[in-house]
Design a binder for this molecule. Structure first.
Ligand code: X8Z
Ligand code: ZN
Length: 600
C-alpha cells in the first residue's frame, strides 16, 4: 500500500536533486510549519461560524437560515481553496511528517471543494444547501394525506400490503426529480474545485482519504466486497424465497431480483424490519426489541440515556449537560428540520450534540448508539489540532457507534438493563444472527454502490441522461434489486437518498460495516471472551473501553493502519471478522437454500 505521506516525502527528495540555481527560492520547512499553524487558526474560526450556521439551518429550515448557511459555507470553501493553493508553495519542501500530513489533509478538508474564482464558492454552497433542503422538506400526497419521509418510512417498515408499499415507495421517490436540475452543476463545480487541488475529479478526492491512492482504494473496496459477496447472495436467496411464500409469484418471483419496496426500508439498505416475514421456523420466538421498548415505556430521551449508559459502562465520561440542552431528539411539530440523524461538535471541544427524529424502534435504538459513537469519538480527539480532528479514516467514525451497538444488541445486555425479563432460550442463535444479518450483511452492497454511482458521475462515465439507469444497473448488479415498476423518464432515484442530496460521502459506511466487526473481535479477545463472537457483549469492560479510547484519541494524526493496530493489533481492513461473527448463520442459510436457484 502506498501512502500519500510516503509519496510526499519521495517528491521532496527529488526536488533536492535539482540544482539550486534553476529554482525559485525554496520556502523552508519552518515556513511550511508556520503556514500550517496559521491555516489551522483560520480554519478553526471559519468552522466555528459555518457549523453554527449549519446547525441553525438543519434545526429550522427557512429561506433565511438557508441563506446564512450558504454564506458561511461559501466563506469556508473560499478559505480552504485559498489555503490549499498557498500550500502548494511547499510542494517539494522537506517538511516534518506532521506538517506533511497536515498539508495533505488540508486538500481533503472539503467534501465539495470550490473552484478558485469569484462567485464559485457561493454558487456551489448554494446548490448544496438547496438540494439538502429539498430532500429534508420533501413531501408527497398519499390517500389524501401529506406524508413526510418519516411517515413513509413507517409504512415501509410496517405494511405488508404490496400495493401500499409500491405507492409509498414511488411517492417518496417523486420528491427527487426536481433535484436533477441542479445536480449536474454541483458535480461540475465540485470537479473543477477538486482538479484545482490536483485530483482527477471529486470521486478521486473522496477516495484519497484512506492513506492510499484513489485507484488503490477502489481495488481495496472491491477486494472486501469479494470477501463478503457469497454471504450476501445466500441471504438474498433465503429472503427472496420467504418473500415469494408471503406474497406469491406475481409480486415476488422465486427467482431473479427482489422488489426493492418489499424489504422494510425505503432504500432496501437494511432489512431487519421484515424479520417477521423471514423468521425461521422451528425456533422459539425471537427477541422483538421494538415491542420490549414500547412495553417498558421507553421514550426518545430514555433511548438516548440508555445509549449513554452503555458508553459510561466502558468508562467514557457522561455526556455534558449542554448535550441535553442543545440536542434535537424528537421531530418538532411546527418547523422543518433535517431529520436524517447526525452528530455534531460545534466547538471542537465539548459542545457535542445529536440531531435526530427519534422513534421508539429497534432501528433507532441502533441509530442512537451510532450517533453517540460519533460524539464520543469527537470528544476523544478534541486534544488534537484542527487538521487532525477527525477519524482515522471515514470508516472509523461510522464504525465506532455500531461497534457499541453490537454488544447492545445481545440478549445478555438487554437482560442486564432490564429490557428482557428472561434469558433467551439456548436455541436462539440462528434467529438472532438472522436478525443481525438482515441489517449488517444486507447493507454491504448498498454501502458500496452509492459511491460507485457517484464515482462514475464525477468521472464523467455516467452523464445526466443516464443517471437513473446507471443507478439501477448498480442496484441490480450488487443488491440484486429492481424497482416495484418501471421508473418514469424524469426519475432521479439516487436523489431520494439523503447522502446523495446532501453530498455526504458513503463509502465510509461500507468500510464501517467491516471495521465494527474487527473492533468487536479484538474487544472480545481483550475481554477474555471464549464463546462465539456474536454472543459477546463488552458492556462494563472498562479496560477495553480505555484501550478503545486510546485509539479514538489519535484522531487522524497518523495513517489509519497504525491507528487500527493500536486497538486491534491488525493493520489491514479484514472482512474475515464479519464472516467469523456470522459463521453459524452462513452454514444454516446454505442448508435452507438447498434446491433454490440462487442469484439473479
Ligand atoms: O447516515 C447514517 C447515520 C448518520 S451518519 C444515521 N447511516 C447511513 C444511512 O442511514 O444511510 C447509518 C447507516 C448508514
Ligand atoms: Zn454516522
Amino acid at each position: 500500500m502506498k501512502s500519500l505521506l510516503l509519496a510526499a516525502a519521495a517528491a521532496s527528495v527529488l526536488a533536492f536533486a535539482v540544482p539550486a540555481a534553476a529554482q525559485a527560492p525554496q520556502p523552508t520547512p519552518a515556513e511550511a510549519k508556520a503556514f500550517i499553524d496559521r491555516a489551522e487558526a483560520e480554519l478553526k474560526e471559519a468552522d466555528a461560524f459555518a457549523s453554527r450556521a449549519a446547525w441553525v439551518r438543519a434545526n429550522f429550515i427557512t429561506e433565511d437560515t438557508g441563506w446564512l448557511d450558504t454564506k458561511a459555507s461559501a466563506e469556508q470553501k473560499a478559505l480552504v481553496t485559498r489555503l490549499a493553493k498557498e500550500a502548494a508553495r511547499f510542494n517539494g519542501v522537506a517538511v516534518d511528517p506532521v506538517t506533511a500530513r497536515k498539508l495533505m489533509l488540508l486538500k481533503l478538508y472539503m467534501t465539495l471543494p470550490a473552484p478558485d474564482r469569484p462567485g464559485a464558492p457561493a454558487e456551489l454552497a448554494g446548490l448544496s444547501t438547496k438540494l439538502n433542503s429539498i430532500y429534508s422538506t420533501g413531501k408527497f400526497t398519499w390517500r389524501g394525506k401529506t406524508l413526510t419521509l418519516n411517515d413513509a418510512e413507517d409504512v415501509l417498515r410496517t405494511s405488508r400490503d404490496p400495493a401500499e408499499l409500491k405507492a409509498v415507495w414511488e411517492g417518496w421517490h417523486s420528491v427527487a426529480p426536481v433535484m436533477k436540475a441542479d445536480y449536474p452543476r454541483l458535480v461540475e463545480l465540485a470537479n473543477e474545485g477538486s482538479r484545482g487541488l490536483g485530483f482527477k475529479d471529486t470521486g478521486a478526492l473522496w477516495r484519497a482519504g484512506y492513506d492510499m491512492s484513489p485507484d488503490e482504494f477502489t481495488a481495496e473496496a472491491d477486494r472486501l466486497w469479494t470477501q463478503v459477496e457469497p454471504f450476501y447472495r445466500n441471504l438474498h436467496c433465503y429472503v427472496r424465497a420467504r418473500l415469494n411464500e408471503k406474497y406469491g409469484s406475481a409480486v415476488q418471483p422465486r427467482t431473479g431480483p427482489i422488489r426493492a419496496d418489499l424489504l422494510g426500508n425505503m432504500w432496501a439498505q437494511e432489512w431487519g424490519n421484515i424479520y417477521d416475514v423471514v423468521e425461521p421456523k422451528g425456533f422459539s420466538a425471537g427477541v422483538n426489541l421494538e415491542k420490549l421498548l414500547v412495553a417498558k415505556g421507553y421514550d426518545p430521551v430514555k433511548m438516548v440515556k440508555t445509549g449513554e449508559g452503555f458508553y459510561s459502562s466502558l468508562g467514557f465520561a457522561p455526556l455534558p449537560q449542554t448535550f441535553w440542552e442543545r440536542s434535537l431528539i424528537v421531530r418538532p411539530r411546527d418547523r422543518e428540520v433535517v431529520c436524517h440523524a447526525s452528530a455534531w461538535n460545534l466547538d471542537g471541544q465539548d459542545d457535542i450534540r445529536i440531531k435526530m427524529c427519534t422513534k421508539v424502534t429497534a432501528e433507532d435504538f441502533q441509530t442512537v448508539h451510532h450517533e453517540l459513537g460519533h460524539n464520543y469519538y469527537q470528544r476523544a480527539y478534541k486534544g488534537q489540532s484542527v487538521l487532525f480532528q477527525g477519524s482515522a479514516n471515514g470508516g472509523f467514525h461510522e464504525a465506532t457507534g455500531d461497534f457499541a451497538a453490537l454488544s447492545a444488541a445481545t440478549p445478555t445486555y438487554l437482560q442486564q438493563i432490564g429490557l428482557l425479563d428472561t434469558a433467551p432460550a439456548a436455541d436462539q442463535d440462528i434467529p438472532f444472527l438472522l436478525r443481525m444479518a438482515l441489517d449488517k450483511i444486507a447493507f454491504l452492497p448498498f454501502g458500496l454502490l452509492v459511491d460507485k454511482w457517484r464515482w462514475q458521475v464525477f468521472s464523467g462515465e455516467v452523464t445526466p441522461d443516464t443517471y437513473n439507469d446507471a443507478w439501477w444497473k448498480l442496484r441490480l448488479k450488487y443488491q440484486g434489486l429492481v424497482p416495484p415498476a418501471e421508473r418514469p423518464a424524469d426519475a432521479f432515484d439516487p436523489g431520494a437518498k439523503y447522502h446523495v442530496a446532501a453530498s455526504a460521502t458513503y463509502e465510509r459506511y461500507f468500510m464501517a460495516r467491516i471495521y465494527q466487526f474487527q473492533f468487536q473481535r479484538a474487544a472480545c479477545a481483550q475481554a477474555g471472551w471464549k464463546g462465539p463472537l456474536h454472543r459477546c457483549s463488552i458492556y462494563g469492560q472498562k479496560a477495553v473501553g480505555e484501550k478503545f479510547n486510546r485509539m479514538l484519541e489519535l484522531g487522524q494524526s497518523q495513517p489509519w493502519p497504525q491507528t487500527l493496530s493500536v486497538f486491534t493489533g491488525e493493520a489491514r481492513t479484514d472482512a474475515s471478522a464479519v464472516t467469523d461473527y456470522f459463521r453459524p448463520l452462513n452454514v444454516w442459510l446454505t442448508q435452507q437454500n438447498r434446491g433454490e436457484r440462487c442469484g439473479w
